[in-house]
Design a binder for this molecule. Structure first.
Ligand SMILES: Nc1ncnc2c1ncn2[C@@H]1O[C@H](COP(=O)(O)OP(=O)(O)OP(=O)(O)O)[C@@H](O)[C@H]1O
Length: 233
């Protein structure tokens, strides 16, 4: 296994009198693809905030490799059909450290490259508001890629997309992993997606955690609300 990009050591964290994790330790190797699963409210988003440095551990520590460059893709939110920016301009919003009020040639080339990488080139000049759900989510992904991350956090990025669109987005994420060795942490409630598109899963529960290969996942042992619904006839 290659060196870890991220190591969590004996992490404890909670809000007021509710402890979310106690003595959580794991590391994520460069190039690994991990799903972060657990019941509602167990602390998945909070863990991503700790990883991104937006929250500080109560005890323990989070060691970030000097090579770590984080990118974040938020949960899918629909965008107003009247939203005026094109996909290209929306993606370029992530070029925040500009010294000039216009985009340089290199900046424009970087936007064109991430649009191509995410399969959005042909739609680039259409208004984002008119794009499909999958295209909108790919635009968020392209925006995150613009900062040249080597570790992508997808926070329920496929929730509320239809099955084909979820699959398409995760296929794209896996291609980024294959092509660039992108490390991925995919927060999800969807065990099928976790099994199909991630190598290992980090399950958070109220009493502990486990990090295992998805090939060893036993759905019967998963928290009830994560198990696929079985239709009762
Ligand atoms: N800023 C905050 N102050 C106090 N409590 C918080 C804060 N942020 C989150 N919480 C609580 O911490 C717990 C974990 O929240 P978190 O959003 O990390 O869970 P989650 O596993 O991502 O849930 P979901 O699957 O529903 O998105 C929840 O009970 C939540 O209400």
């Amino acid at each position: 296994m290659s060196e870890p990009l991220l190591t969590v050591e004996h992490l404890s964290f909670g809000f007021r009198n509710r402890v979310l994790y106690h003595d959580l330790s794991f590391s994520l190797a460069a190039g690994s693809v991990t799903s972060l699963i657990g019941a509602n409210g167990v602390g998945k988003t909070t863990l991503t905030k700790l990883i991104m440095g937006q929250l500080k551990p109560t005890t323990g520590r989070i060691i970030r490799s000097p090579r770590l460059r984080l990118g974040y893709v938020p949960q899918f939110r629909n965008i107003d059909p009247e939203y005026p920016l094109s996909l290209r301009s929306f993606v370029a919003l992530n070029q925040m450290q500009r010294h000039l009020p216009w985009h340089s040639k290199q900046e424009k080339a970087a936007v064109t490259a991430v649009l191509k990488e995410t399969g959005l080139s042909e739609r680039a000049d259409q208004p984002l508001g008119m794009a499909s759900g999958g295209e909108k989510q790919k635009a968020y992904l392209a925006q995150a890629l613009l900062t040249r991350p080597n570790f992508l956090i997808l926070d329920e990025a496929t929730a509320s997309l239809d099955v084909n669109t979820k699959t398409e987005l995760m296929t794209l994420v896996n291609a980024l992993n294959q092509r660039h060795g992108m490390t991925v942490l995919f927060v999800t409630h969807d065990l099928d997606l976790a099994k199909e598109f991630t190598q290992q899963y980090l399950l958070l529960t109220q009493t502990g955690y486990e990090l295992r290969p998805t090939a060893d996942m036993n759905e019967a042992n998963m928290p009830k609300e994560l198990r696929p619904t079985v239709e009762v006839r």
